[in-house]
Design a protein around this ligand. Structure first.
Ligand SMILES: Cc1ncc(COP(=O)(O)O)c(C=O)c1O
Length: 328
């Protein structure tokens, strides 16, 4: 296993037992946005050539968990155009695992239709439900819930082990800063859906970039029925959980993760997948400069990155988490 692929395991040798599987091409590059000296992009759209984005990083740790449990079926849920569903379906196809994706409606776009086709062509079974609540209920109360060979993968590929992926990514970023590929940012901006990506970034910031403020941009509803969904409490819980594991592996770490982070609900607008004037502007500005964004996640997060760069006049890193999948 290449040490440069998993700097997390070099820093915390006790975590080698996680046995993550190399699925990505790492490190992903960092680039300036347009001709700005302040705004940088971490190109996680390039994690894989078939479908990049933030999911393949998570699946490196999730696949290890699936193998450990000897599961032969993965059951997950997401919106009709779920990027996590696409990444999971493609991984299941490569690994010869059954894949079931329980979906809930979101506004139709070209990307939503493309993702549906990719999942079907990869052999996934798609079960459509009428609302997020009924999809979540179907996932929690699935007839295979007690089947040991079925792996229930939380929305966004966010199994508990997935958070390690973005701690690892922060150690990767730290190395890029040390190599002089970018200045140490004062702000990192990323979309928060299920929360595992930003939780890993927050825990990683406490390890290697204590001066940074992490900005979590809310892109999904805070509540689904009585469940707390896209909410800072969920992210805090994930940070605490991953920090406990890091501290078990290195008892010299402080008891609490003391990274600075802020939750932003002001970019969410009217709903999940519903574009806002700011996100439309951000998507168009990104598109003119070779940065492909969409209206559910990355458009809203990039709108925040543009605003924060203007407000603070300090180095901002936008973490690009989206990649268009390739038709099979
Ligand atoms: C493109 C994109 N960006 C960001 C996210 C949010 O990541 P997370 O679910 O880890 O918060 C997702 C997934 O849900 C996504 O598909």
């Amino acid at each position: 296993m290449a040490a440069e692929h998993f700097p997390l395991l070099r820093r915390f040798s006790a975590l080698s037992s996680l046995q993550p599987v190399e699925l990505c091409e790492l490190p992903t590059p960092v680039e300036k946005f347009a001709d700005s000296d302040l705004l940088f992009i971490k190109r996680d759209d390039l994690t894989r050539s078939d479908q990049g984005g933030n999911k393949p990083r998570k699946l490196e740790f999730v696949l290890a968990d699936i193998r450990r449990r000897q599961a032969n079926r993965v059951i997950t849920m997401g919106a009709t155009g779920t990027n996590a569903g696409v990444a999971t379906a493609l991984m299941c196809q490569r690994e010869n695992l059954h894949c079931e994706v329980i979906t809930f409606p979101q506004p139709e776009t070209d990307i939503v239709r493309l993702n549906q086709r990719i999942m079907r062509n990869a052999g996934a079974t798609l079960t459509a439900r009428g609302s997020l609540f009924s999809a979540a209920l179907n996932w929690y109360l699935h007839p295979r819930r007690l089947d040991r060979k079925s792996y229930f993968l939380y929305a966004g590929c966010s199994a508990p082990v997935a958070t390690f992926a973005y701690v690892n990514a922060m150690l990767e970023l730290d190395q890029q800063i040390r190599n002089g590929e970018l200045p140490a940012p004062k702000h990192i901006v990323v979309a928060a859906g299920s929360g595992a990506t930003v939780a890993g970034i927050i825990a990683g910031a406490a390890l290697v970039l204590p001066q940074v403020t992490v900005h979590a941009i809310q892109v999904a509803p805070a509540k689904v029925g009585s469940f707390t969904a896209c909410h800072p409490d969920v992210v805090s819980g994930m940070v605490d959980q991953v920090w406990r594991s890091l501290r078990n592996a290195d008892s010299t770490l402080p008891a609490k993760c003391n990274a600075q982070w802020l939750w932003h609900e002001e970019y969410f607008g009217e709903g999940y997948g519903v574009a806002t004037p700011d996100s439309r502007h951000a998507i168009s500005s990104g598109g003119k400069n070779g940065l492909e964004l969409e209206s559910t996640y990355s458009g809203k997060a990039f709108a925040a990155a543009l605003t924060l760069t203007r407000q603070h006049r300090q180095a901002v890193l936008f973490w690009q988490t989206f990649a268009r999948g390739n038709e099979l």
